[in-house]
Design a protein around this ligand. Structure first.
Ligand SMILES: [Zn+2]
Length: 408
């Protein structure tokens, strides 16, 4: 018998499944879910239980060791930069200017190297000096009714971020974005500035280096103090995504696709650098090399839907052209538009996938006219702020995408 699936979305169904997504997000966002913490594990167990209740027999719990704090990483990187500044200013009298410069440049180079490795999702020196703890991914598969012709992976992270004061208001987020860019690129800029100060005897270069030292102190200080605060409840970031995928799983279980193996990946430790996704790729790289990954980030608030066009610090990455053409077509009725993340922060698992040559798209929602993602990393990211209308549009868009991908 030939099964015919309806391609157009049934609005009544979308509304019902959006309500299901909201219910899951409400449970998950009762408290913060820090990366590699007990609370993150409980969120994973909740997800696992829900999938089992939906009739998934084989729900895979993938353990891995994840970084606990991205802020301690920044403390390490900018701490090394501060060593570079200190060497230039304090060692030149006891050691001489050239040896002081050499020590300074070594420290900046190491700082720059570990930043580059982290932002391109590669292993880096001194990584093991940072605290790691057990974390996990939850993975389930919905096979098609027919032969497996293609694969699609729905991705949403389980953890939530520290509600660091930089995220508390839109104004501070803007200030954070600017300072962050100066901090990161300043590590590389300090090298020619101090070298020119020595080579040309131009004091102005040395003073400019000192200005960067102020920003590096700010970055280091934020890094060492950030973990004193609480975790964001993470309703929008990213319980909205986990709820959305659970609701899609429920619908797909009842109406599986014909040709597409749909994987559900609920990942740990996204907020500290996507360790969960990297663990998933390590184990399933060959199986998923041709799959389309659909990642969800903050999909519960706002009247506009967007896909990330490009993102990344130090290494900018873009959506593959064929993926973009496909999502643009599917997204037309939903007013889907392209967005770029700022140079600081705001990277997604979609960008990690691009880095390693996978096909991926990341969807998110926001308010019209505001480039700042609603409630991003804030203590006020609570479930009562989620908007069921937004979840409904995201669900409908993804449902359409699944049908088109399956039939295409
Ligand atoms: Zn997120």
């Amino acid at each position: 018998m030939l099964l015919i699936h309806t391609v157009s979305t049934n609005p009544a169904s979308s509304a019902r499944f959006a309500q299901r997504a909201l219910s899951h997000a409400q449970v998950l966002a009762k408290g913060g879910r820090g990366s590699a913490t007990e609370a993150e594990k409980q969120a994973a167990e909740y997800t696992q239980l829900q999938l089992k209740a939906l009739g998934f027999e084989d729900v895979h719990f993938q353990p891995f060791l994840g970084l606990r704090s991205i802020w301690l990483f920044f403390a390490l990187a900018f701490g090394l930069a501060l060593v570079g500044h200190a060497a230039f200013w304090f060692l030149r009298h006891p050691m001489g200017i050239v040896p002081a410069l050499i020590v300074s440049l070594v420290a900046f180079s190491l700082s720059g190297y570990i930043l580059w490795c982290k932002f391109s999702f590669r292993d880096f020196p001194l990584r093991t000096t940072l605290p790691h703890a057990p974390s996990q991914n939850i993975i389930a598969i919905i096979p098609p009714t027919g032969e497996v012709r293609k694969r699609l992976v729905l991705v949403g992270h389980l953890d939530s971020h520290r509600a660091v004061f930089w995220f508390a208001t839109d104004y501070l987020v803007l200030l954070f974005a600017i300072s962050g860019v100066v901090c990161i690129y300043g590590v590389y800029l300090a090298i020619p500035l101090y070298a020119l100060a020595v080579l040309t005897h131009g004091q102005v270069f040395a003073w400019l280096g000192l200005v960067l030292a102020f920003f590096h102190f700010l970055g280091w200080f934020t890094g060492v103090t950030a973990d004193l605060g609480q975790y964001s409840p993470g309703a929008n970031d990213n319980a909205s995504a986990v709820g959305t995928i659970l609701a899609l799983a429920e619908r797909l279980k009842a109406q599986p696709l014909q040709n597409t193996d749909v994987w559900l990946a609920f990942t740990g430790c996204e907020e500290t650098g996507c360790d969960g996704l990297l663990a998933l790729l390590k184990e399933h790289r060959d199986m998923l090399k041709d799959a389309l990954f659909v990642d969800f980030e903050l999909v519960g608030i706002g009247d506009r839907l967007s896909y990330v066009h490009d993102e990344g610090n130090l290494r900018r990455r873009s959506i593959p052209l064929d993926v973009e053409a496909f999502v643009k077509e599917v997204g037309k009725p939903y007013g889907l538009h392209s967005a770029s993340t700022p140079l600081i922060g705001a990277s997604t698992e979609g960008g990690t996938l691009w880095e390693f040559g996978f096909k991926a798209v990341c969807f998110s929602a926001h308010h019209q006219g505001s480039p700042i993602l609603p409630e991003w990393h804030r203590l006020t990211d609570t479930a009562d702020r989620l908007q069921v209308d937004t979840l409904e549009r995201v669900h409908a868009l993804t449902w359409d995408l699944l049908q088109r991908f399956d039939q295409g």
